[in-house]
Design a protein around this ligand. Sequence first.
Ligand code: ZN
Length: 178
Amino acid sequence: MKRSGIAKKPQNGTVKPRTGAKTGRDKAKKGKPRKPVSVTASKKKAWKAFADYIKTRDALKTTGTLTHCVCVTCGGTFPVAYQKQGAYIQAGHAIDGRGKNILFDEDLVNGQCSACNCVFNGRLPEYAGIMIKKHGQEWWDEKCRFARKPAAQSWKAFMLMEIESEYAARLADLKGKA
Ligand SMILES: [Zn+2]
């Protein structure tokens, strides 16, 4: 079943305009022990866990350390930790847009310096060339097609929570082996 991700519109005449009076729902909200986790908040946390994993994976792969990583597009060596002045390593996508299909793609996301990622908008033409050299044109074309395709299902908070714990565990595993 195809899902558009667009919320269903209420049928005409079924929705009463809200007044200033407190509704039962408002009152119920107050007493609730926990708020449901939002997709936005879960996505932020999942991305952080995934990006930390990618940066550590590539730091180990390119410098053999946990502290420094070679940027996928410019080849410079940068600290993995955030720094106020000077570039540092981020997790950069080879295809922009951060669409659902490729947001957590381990092949398309690599350690990239903040200058290449932010100042030079990902250096996407060079990045594409590097990916094609590594994985082949056919692989790249397929990834580009998949990136443009609408996602089969919209994000749900539980999916993102699973991603977060998966990458937290894999990061711990990487660090344990380092
Ligand atoms: Zn760079």
